[in-house]
Design a protein around this ligand. Sequence first.
Ligand code: FEO
Length: 169
Amino acid sequence: MLSKKMEKALNEQINAEFYSSYLYLAMSAHFETGGLPGCARWMQAQAQEEWFHGMKIYGFVHERGGRVGLKAIAAPPADWASTVEVFEQVREHERKVTGLINSLLSLALKENDHATSIFLQWFVSEQVEEEASVDAVLSKLKLIGKENSSLFALDGELGQRVFTPPPAK
Ligand code: FEO
């Protein structure tokens, strides 16, 4: 059984994951209108991944006999000045999410809630991957600079990304 405190914190994380999904969908729409369909697809896969994260916690709360309470999802921004700026915001956002996951895990450890600690470890590893993947895109974007032909090549590469949900345990 989850403590009320843990249940509340997990519900807040569900909201944060769904907000992340919404934010990346807004970024996808931005690229869609901006003529970078590969970046749009990358962001759409990212949005699907965040939705999956939210649903994973949703399932866990129920599994532990808790109650899911869904809150309003804040509106994300709609415009960015450049492609680099979009990906820099992704990086900043993912660092923030890493902090949220770490705080959740600290709470689980403090409460001796071993089941939640083990569950959250998947998210700790996932955040390492997420930060590394956006860092890789940013490094390439910075190398490209203002070279449009390379940006279109990178757009094609990013458009290969497909979200595949990990197999159920
Ligand atoms: Fe669900 Fe990108 O963290």
